[in-house]
Design a protein around this ligand. Structure first.
Ligand code: TXA
Ligand code: MG
Length: 328
């Protein structure tokens, strides 16, 4: 299988990408969160190609990307005041709103749900493509189902061959974790997926939001049921200060061990160490996490050890993704 063509996202590449979408094909593009695998969101056959290429279960709905809030009218029926406040505060940006679905959106896009997930991304290449194409672009993260989301164009090319006609290369993404998904068909809104926009930031705009415990969340957002974000290697989460000890213990039992270590922390005696930038808000850790999981995995280690971080702000998201990666 030949690899997807990786292109510098200049005007001519964007125009070509838009015509691929018009013809029902697939284009991968950078967003500020992770790379997306895009198709015409209103074309059922094109959307079916996304599910086939990713090996994505049909019960996991997609996010529609639009160029501006005005385009909501085309894909939704009615937007609650809370949803509008969130859109005004955070779009373009890493927030996905679940809203009542308009009939123009084919059932395959929303996995048969009566609601639709929508966001306006802030990445200039994503916005350029949306403007060149004109309509809503359905785009899940551009990884094969179950793999860590791609934060660089190479990750997309690793996962796909020529079923993806073009990959627009925008370099490394800014946030490195997916958008936050919030269900605005209910009042108060229900946080369905933690992501790059923190719960704290959302609550500062609309007040307290609900979070649903595991089983109910899985019913509302089918994606949460599926295994996610997992490298091939086993992932082990070490308690604060315990990383070196956990690594040593695993090595003593004959494992080939890799570690994700924050800068400034003492290194561990692992076969491979992936340093993530140390900053108080954990942006560096979030940005590098999936690249670290993919990179260490490619080195063929059996176990990846990561140290846990405090569960506030982005720390909540990092721990959520680490736990999912650690699930077997
Ligand atoms: O940052 C992101 O959100 C990236 C970029 C490309 O925009 N996209 C992304 O898409 O992460 P995906 O398909 O990997 O994740 C979409 C999530 C899934 O958990 C899915 O179940 C949920 O959004 N979702 C989509 N439509 C929904 C709906 N109508 N109701 C509830 N959850 C929905
Ligand atoms: Mg995904």
């Amino acid at each position: 299988m030949s690899r997807a063509e990786v292109r510098v996202p200049d005007e001519s590449a964007l125009a070509e990408a838009a015509s691929i979408l018009e013809a029902g094909g697939l284009v991968a593009f950078p967003t500020e969160t992770v790379y997306g695998l895009g198709a015409d969101g209103l074309d059922a056959e094109a959307v079916a190609r996304i599910f086939a290429a990713k090996g994505r279960p049909a019960d996991n709905p997609l996010i529609l990307h639009v160029a501006a809030v005005e385009q909501l009218r085309q894909v939704t029926r009615g937007v609650s005041p809370a949803a509008l406040r969130l859109a005004e505060a955070f779009w373009p940006g890493p927030l996905t709103l679940v809203l009542p679905k308009a009939r123009a959106v084919p059932p395959i896009t929303t996995a048969g749900l009566d609601s639709v997930a929508v966001r306006v991304p802030s990445h200039p290449v994503a916005l350029g493509l949306l403007r060149a194409f004109g309509g809503p672009i359905a785009a899940p993260s551009a990884n094969r189902s179950g793999r860590p989301s791609p934060t660089r164009a190479e990750h997309v090319a690793e996962d796909f061959g020529d079923e993806v006609a073009m990959v627009l290369d925008g370099g490394a993404t800014t946030h490195g974790v997916e958008s936050t998904v919030i269900d605005c068909t209910e009042s108060p809104p229900v946080l369905l997926r933690l992501g790059a926009l923190t719960r704290e930031a959302i609550e500062a705009v609309v007040g307290p939001v609900a979070t649903t415990p595991g089983e109910d969340a899985a019913r509302r957002s089918p994606g949460l049921r599926h295994r996610h974000y997992a490298p091939r290697a086993r992932v082990v989460i070490a308690a604060p200060g315990e990383l070196a000890r956990v690594v040593a213990k695993l090595r003593a039992s004959g494992e080939r061990v890799a570690a994700i270590v924050r800068e400034g922390e003492p290194g561990a005696a692992a076969a491979q160490v992936w340093r993530v930038p140390e900053d108080s808000e954990l942006q560096g850790y979030a940005r590098e996490l999936y690249a670290a999981l993919r990179g260490l995995d490619a080195g063929g280690v059996g176990v990846i050890v990561a140290e846990s971080v405090p569960e506030e702000g982005l720390g909540r998201v990092i721990m959520d993704r680490l736990r999912r990666a650690a699930e077997r």
